[in-house]
Design a protein around this ligand. Structure first.
Ligand code: GLP
Length: 269
């Protein structure tokens, strides 16, 4: 796991946008795994700015979002599809038919979940998956206790997650209780995973998933089992990490580490 501690949230967004743009520059038809929530918003803004400046285009990429609320039609103001259209898809040249989100309104959820997994497979798998993290250590909507081998399925949201996300709704009661989400195993299949965390409210979850044991009680800790994870943190989110000095030291000699690699694939820690 490569842990990169940056000055502030703007730097986190800009570094994440660099990772996207480098991939799309090399592979214009890359398959991107996308996330919702407040954390990736700065990255999406940066990508839109770079698109408007002619530095990147998205016409050939395929995207798969992590999750969607059950019961909200795609056009609902708080659906994750609306979120993605507002903040990214409609702001650039994404192809509508290649932008996928789980559908939270189909009656046959088992089939919808299997179809979503199949669509990811048919696209050749996810090249780059961006993630945020919940204050309880969840990734996508894989709440504590989720199987670390889980695939796309329905999950019940914890009260903590519902109250964290209530700020986007009129009231806590309006927050759905169920979501359809990629599983932890689905996420672990991505080629490169980039997790972003900013702000002190994420510091405890960040410390647990990076430095604690691998446990279903902290679903993000499963990323310790993945070969290529980059964690981009601001100072506040990194504040509880015990090995901060080591992570900073590794970044300070990154050029030296990369020079030892035959390929241009970024090194792992
Ligand atoms: C939701 C999403 C997650 C996201 C989390 C944190 O629960 N399903 O994918 O990581 O919120 O959101 P935020 O970035 O707003 O803190």
């Amino acid at each position: 796991m490569r842990v990169v501690i940056l000055e502030n949230a703007e730097q986190v967004s800009s570094r994440a946008a660099d990772i996207f743009c480098d991939l799309i520059g090399e592979t214009p038809d890359a398959v991107l795994g996308l996330a919702t929530g407040g954390t990736p918003l700065g990255t999406y803004r940066e990508l839109v700015t770079r698109y408007r400046g002619g530095k990147v285009r998205f016409a050939d990429v395929t995207t798969f979002n992590l999750d969607e609320y059950v019961g909200l039609p795609p056009e609902h103001s708080q659906s994750y599809r609306t979120f993605m259209r507002t903040h990214l898809f409609d702001q650039a040249d994404f192809s509508d038919r290649r932008c996928h989100l789980p559908d939270g309104t189909l009656g046959d959820y088992q089939r919808a979940c299997e179809d979503y997994e199949r669509q990811i497979d048919n696209a050749g798998g996810i090249d780059l998956q961006i993630l945020g993290i919940g204050t309880d250590g969840h990734i996508a909507f894989n709440e504590p206790g989720s199987s670390l081998a889980s695939r796309t399925r329905i999950k019940a949201l914890t009260e903590q997650t519902r109250s964290d996300n209530a700020r986007f709704f009129d009231s806590l009661d309006a927050v759905p209780r169920l979501a359809i989400t990629m599983g932890v195993g689905t996420i672990l299949d991505a080629e490169h995973v980039v997790l972003l965390a900013t702000g002190s409210s994420k510091a405890a979850a960040v410390q647990s998933f990076i430095e604690g044991p691998v446990t279903a009680q902290v679903p993000a800790s499963a990323l310790q089992l993945h070969q290529r994870v980059t964690v981009l943190l601001d100072q506040a989110a990194a504040s509880r990490l015990v090995r901060q000095d080591y992570y900073r030291y590794v970044e300070s000699i990154q050029a030296e580490i990369e020079a030892t690699h035959q390929t241009d694939r970024p090194s792992e820690v």
